[in-house]
Design a binder for this molecule. Sequence first.
Ligand code: NAD
Ligand code: DAU
Length: 343
Amino acid sequence: MNILVTGGAGFIGSNHVRYLLDHTQDRVVNLDLLTYAGNLENLAGCEDDPRYRFVRGDIRDRELLRSLLQRESIDAVVHFAAESHVDRSVEGPEVFVTTNVLGTEILLEEARAAQVGRFVMVSTDEVYGSLGSEGFFTEESPLAPNSPYAASKAAADLLCRAFFKTFGFPVIVTRCSNNYGPYQFPEKLIPLMIANALEGKPLPVYGDGLQVRDWLYVEDHCRAIDLALRKGRPGAVYNVGGGNEQRNLDLVRMLLDRLGKGPELITFVQDRPGHDRRYAIDASHIRAELGWAPTVDFAAGLARTIDWYLANRAWWEKIRSGEYTAYYEKMYGAGGRHGGDAG
Ligand code: NAD
Ligand code: DAU
């Protein structure tokens, strides 16, 4: 197959490109705009593979999509490209709508016109909103997104449903919980906390730190997406999750422990507005229908992730020395949304 991966220079997308090159015979065309979150260093080594091609471009660029889909004889699309950070969506929702909603709609239209045979939409569990202390998200749970990011993903997710129902376009949707692993941009909880701890900076925990996330190692997510691409039922939605609930504060303490740092670095800061309390996935549908199960247990995955950030210090130090500095100051510095005392 010739597979178009959108957003393949980001965290999960770059892991997915590597997954495809390592585990399949397929050709991979990676379309990525290289926003602040896209980084070609995430794909070091892939350029040497004759089955891989990178194209810098925007999923909102209809003409580009039209010629690319035709020129590369694309059989399948795996759609990651998005604005992905909840805190940034609180600061500026507009680009979340233009990229995540309009971008997905344009991509769907062009893929349909090019008669692409399979389209996987990488959605998120955040479309379901927040859980109380009991229960799990199933594919039947109502969509109740709480952040502009989650709302934009829910809109894109439902456009996929509409393209299947209205046009019979073979879209498959995955809704996964929080991923962790190599190449995650250090604005997200785990890499941010590792980098801050290694630099002896405060670790900004939002609110009481008792929010719960269901963590999945990124490669397990990639395998679920690939199974959905090859064996998923068109029109189906598959929840993907690790069955691995952790409270933020416990996770931060675990990281400090493994890095040999003390808890005095933990700093409670102002909460995220509209902060979802708990995510937990019921993944029984994908387990039963596609035979998927997570393979990396949390202790091993976290150790692997920490080792990667230790061994690739230059990767995240370079990121944190650029425009990231202004972002960090705006979010965490004096007068910033999260606080005052974490910067
Ligand atoms: P990321 O922010 O690390 O990467 C996003 C990539 O998309 C970047 O390379 C960026 O340059 C690219 N991009 C942004 N706008 C674009 C545009 N207009 N045209 C082309 N490329 C563009 O994100 P991530 O964490 O890797 O998430 C990837 C996808 O998976 C997203 O759709 C996200 O909603 C979804 N998801 C993420 C998680 C998670 O835990 N990170 C969990 C479930 C689902
Ligand atoms: O559930 C899937 C989603 O997971 C994806 O759709 C999103 O793209 C991805 O960013 C992630 O969203 P979260 O908001 O859950 O991830 P984040 O890493 O931003 O935060 C995880 C938890 O940690 C959340 O409860 C907020 C908290 N947090 C985060 C940061 C950055 C802190 O306490 N302090 C922080 O500095």
